[in-house]
Design a protein around this ligand. Sequence first.
Ligand code: ACO
Length: 323
Amino acid sequence: MRNARIIGTGSYLPERVVTNQDLEQHVETSDQWIRERTGICERRVIGEDEVCGDLGRIAAQRALEAAGVSGDEIDLIIVATCTPDRIFPSTASSLQRALGVRPGAAAFDIAAACSGFIYALGIAERFVRFGDAQRALVVGAEAMTRILNWDDRGTCVLFGDGGGAVVLEASEEPGVLSTHLHCDGRYEPLLYVPWGPGRGYAALGAESGYIHMRGNEVFKVAVNTLTRIVEETLDAAGVDKGEVDWLVPHQANIRIIQATAKKLDLPMERVVVTVGEHGNTSAASIPIALDTAVRDGRIQRGETLLLEAFGGGFTWGSALVRY
Ligand code: ACO
């Protein structure tokens, strides 16, 4: 049986730190409000000369190094991002060049907002399992602060920038056990960035490039959806919730994460939480959290991980992984 196994992880956060206290100076908010409502203490902001692809590239280099694999051994690159460097070519094609991946290898971006990494993992896993790739690089990278309105306290306190990556390799041993991808486009008005070369584009103002969100409504749907997907994932894989060693959730909000952990009967000690240090980095958040827990020794080989995410679309998804 051919499986796709994670053989290396990597992540990168840009240097500039913006704390809740910094934001207090700019909008009417408080460190206490942000911590209590979200669990976020600080976030990282991309440098003026950096782009999302740089964050993804450094994370990918670290993942390749951890895997002991060089760029020319990669057959497929997928970058999950909703803040690509440009409309085209894809951020993945820049990474192909920068990482020395063989010309001719497949490379593309996918847009599924905060669920992007799970979508990319689900696609890459199938390429590897069906024999179309021996090794795949799956990257989540975001420059979310480039689409933030720093005067909107309802969104500017939530997001940050970063990149994360994993290398998948074909293996006889179990790896990605199952992935589940979903979308419900009816929810677009609750969370979206209007700007794009679409209908009415000529009349779009500068504010159309910012995240528009009805946070409280997003919160309620996210909690309900994520607790449902936990059941779906475990049922599909025939795995009992007691067999899950670690929950590695999308890092949006500590309260959403706690609700999902409760559904799994998992104590918070078995949940990887990094949201406090970098805020919501959208598609980058799961591979950043995964890499953090792998490098600090919490996640061990052979353990069972549940990855889950929810975001704009609405999109949502999960992956059950034997690490
Ligand atoms: N500081 C202080 N007060 C604020 C701030 C802020 N930064 N932002 C909003 N408020 C105020 C509101 O104006 C409102 O004031 P009012 O009662 O006078 O009208 C009050 O706080 C309560 O607002 P709510 O929106 O009801 O606050 P809530 O408890 O829902 O918390 C939050 C808001 C943190 C945005 C929460 O709804 C949330 O996390 N939602 C999920 C959003 C999210 O994570 N989106 C990311 C993409 S989807 C995903 O990744 C899951």
